[in-house]
Design a protein around this ligand. Structure first.
Ligand code: BG6
Length: 463
């Protein structure tokens, strides 16, 4: 029987701004996530008082983490991916000394994980940065922000050197092309060249974090994090195939820089063709040579690309503006479900980079409702995850080095794109609703016991 490697890491992934709540506790500063009450594509509420935001309390993980970690442990997690809220450590981003209360919180969190034998994987910046760096510095378009990030990264590497051996730099770094405020702190309406300049600064900051991590925690591993946005040609028409290559390169570009240490020629040509002028210094080129130890990515869906502009315009719909694939069904949110695409993506990334891969997000957002007996029978989630994991196993058989799998949202949390909780991903249900009502009580769904079995049998129970 095909098996997962015995050291394969099983677990789940969450992000500070989607679970913690406590948005003003212990000196936390305001982040870009705090001022976007409607999610990463929503309007900015600068005063941060006008509109109710589910994220203010979220699922109250800030206070309830011991209970949640105990449940993760019951499922058999070997690893939990979390993020540190930059604004808990440097509330405004440009201070010279960190906030001790914020550092102490993550000490407690990592200690609790260790108590259960669960490794911590930490994303330095998951869809948030200090809002002050946006208003006063212009976000990542300003070179000064690189040094602020590097300082923050060094502080947490030193503080948690003994507790955290798995690190990621920026969550879905390629998402800046679709959500520039969330990704690089740029306001709506910014020019494409500003976005790429900001991205360049972020890529330099990522490489500096890699360097610092290697120096401060030599036995740690640090990776990048890509939104695995695999697209297929809508037809075998050569222009569709070329357009697809170009579309895939829009996100693979980030991996190319972070794994190969230099800008690829196709990107420099794109900049020339579009009149995009990105300042890249000789020192930047040198810094970018610090490449990541492994590649992590999220995978939810695939889509199609066509060179036919008219067709493009009428069919674009989902968050990445992909053309729907006529052969695939979709989730309630229109995300097309494609387990085989995960095997393809793993092979594409392995063939391209030859670096170990870690699937750090995958899951199904669905509207779960307890039945009359109070049971949560989420067979649709079980089927979705079973089919994806079977394809991961196939990819491993193909020879791809896969380090582990952390499902997205092992406990219900606030959606990034919609800022609602009715889009649930968890194995654990949280009694909270989009209007803010609910007791926050946790309940095990059917998938809780299924995932527990998957981990216990090292995937042997997959069908
Ligand atoms: C990824 C993000 O894009 O997808 C997560 O890294 C996010 O933060 C997840 O929550 C699922 O997206 P959504 O919009 O359903 O929450």
């Amino acid at each position: 029987m095909k098996q997962f490697p015995t050291d394969f890491l099983w677990g789940g992934a969450i992000a500070a701004n989607q679970v913690e709540g406590a948005w003003r506790e212990d000196g936390k500063g305001i982040s870009t996530s705090d001022v976007q009450p409607q999610g990463i594509f929503g309007e900015v509420d600068e005063r941060k008082t006008d509109r109710f935001s589910l994220k203010d309390i979220a699922i109250d993980f800030y206070h309830r983490y011991p209970e949640d970690i105990a449940l993760f442990s019951e499922m058999g997690f070997g690893i939990l991916r979390v993020s540190i809220a930059w604004t808990r450590i440097f509330p405004k981003g440009d201070e010279s000394t960190p906030c001790e209360a914020g550092l102490a919180y993550y000490d407690k969190l990592f200690d609790e994980l260790a108590k259960h034998g669960i490794k911590a994987m930490v994303t330095l910046s998951h869809y948030e940065m200090p809002w002050h760096l946006v208003t006063e510095y212009g976000g990542w378009s300003n070179r000064e922000v690189i040094a602020f990030f590097e300082r923050y990264a060094k502080v947490v590497f030193k503080r948690y050197a003994e507790k955290v051996k798995w690190w990621l730099t920026f969550n879905e770094i390629n998402m800046s092309l679709h959500a520039p405020l969330t990704g690089v702190g740029l306001r709506a309406g910014c020019r494409e060249s500003d976005v790429y300049q900001a991205i360049h600064h972020q890529l330099v900051a990522s490489a500096l974090a890699v360097r610092a991590c290697h120096l401060i925690i030599p036995d740690a591993k640090i990776g990048n994090m890509l939104l695995g946005g695999l697209v297929y040609p809508l037809s075998c028409q050569p222009n569709d195939v070329l357009a697809t290559l170009q579309e895939n390169r829009k996100w693979l570009f980030f991996g190319d820089v972070q794994c190969r240490g230099a800008y690829p020629g196709y990107m420099l040509r794109y900049f020339r063709d579009q009149g995009i002028d990105v300042v890249i210094t000789e020192e930047d080129k040198h810094i970018l040579k610090q490449t990541v130890d492994f590649i992590s990515f999220s995978y939810y869906m695939t889509g199609c690309v066509t060179a036919d502009e008219a067709l493009n315009k009428q069919s674009r719909g989902n968050i990445l503006n992909m053309v729907p694939n006529p052969h695939l069904s979709a989730s309630e949110w229109g995300w097309q479900i494609d387990p085989v695409g995960l095997r393809t993506l793993l092979n594409v990334l392995w063939d391209r980079y030859r670096k170990p891969l870690f699937i750090v997000e995958n899951g199904l957002g669905a509207k779960d409702c307890p039945d009359e007996q109070g049971q949560l029978n989420d067979d649709y989630r079980i089927n979705y995850m079973n089919d994806h994991l079977v394809q991961v196993r196939e990819a491993i058989e193909d020879g791809v080095e896969v380090l582990g799998y952390t499902s997205w949202g092992p406990i219900d949390l606030i959606s990034a794109s919609k800022a609602e909780i009715s889009k649930r991903y968890g194995f654990i249900y949280v009694d909270r609703h989009d209007d803010g009502s609910g007791t926050l009580v946790r309940m095990k769904k059917k998938s809780f016991f299924w995932y527990q079995d998957v981990i216990r049998t090292q995937g042997a129970c997959l069908k």
